[in-house]
Design a protein around this ligand. Sequence first.
Ligand SMILES: CC(C)(COP(=O)(O)OP(=O)(O)OC[C@H]1O[C@@H](n2cnc3c(N)ncnc32)[C@H](O)[C@@H]1OP(=O)(O)O)[C@@H](O)C(=O)NCCC(=O)NCCS
Length: 157
Amino acid sequence: MPPRPNLPPQPLPEDKELVLKVVPMPADVNANGDIFGGWVMAQVDLAGSVLPQRISHTRMVTVAVNEFIFKQPVRVGDILSFYAGVLHVGRTSVTVNVEVFAERFSDQGKFVKVTEARLTYVAIDATGKPQALPDTEQTRAWREAIQSQEQSAPQKR
Ligand SMILES: CC(C)(COP(=O)(O)OP(=O)(O)OC[C@H]1O[C@@H](n2cnc3c(N)ncnc32)[C@H](O)[C@@H]1OP(=O)(O)O)[C@@H](O)C(=O)NCCC(=O)NCCS
């Protein structure tokens, strides 16, 4: 198979937080020789949970992968950077957007978006039932930021 050309680099998101960096290994490839989509999904689920976990010291579980887009293939040796931002804070749930950028092994210092996803996490109690998120400074800050964003431009969640 001929090598695929490297795409033009893209800017990293300034409104999101870098929550995870990881390098896929040969054990993570599919039959095409690219990285297996299920491996990428697992990393996105972990990355997406970082911000929700910050506001709830109870257990958070993934209730939904609302959207998942594989924009470009991921290759062995790429350095993957996962950026997350909170889209919605509900009574028991937090919805986040995760963008994944690859720094190609052969083209380091340049970033290409390979994946984008939207996931929802729910705080649960000891019996596994949803419980209200704690009213922390961070929870209030996110709610206020989202409210002011929605007033200027309505967002999907
Ligand atoms: C998460 C779980 C406790 C939710 O229980 P539930 O009875 O469906 O809860 P509710 O209907 O009261 O919804 C709880 C919250 O989740 C949100 N939610 C439920 N289904 C959703 C969906 N499909 N998409 C987005 N949000 C969803 C609700 O809007 C609600 O949010 P809010 O309180 O902030 O308004 C239950 O579904 C569960 O245990 N799922 C398995 C989780 C798991 O094991 N995840 C790992 C994957 S292997």
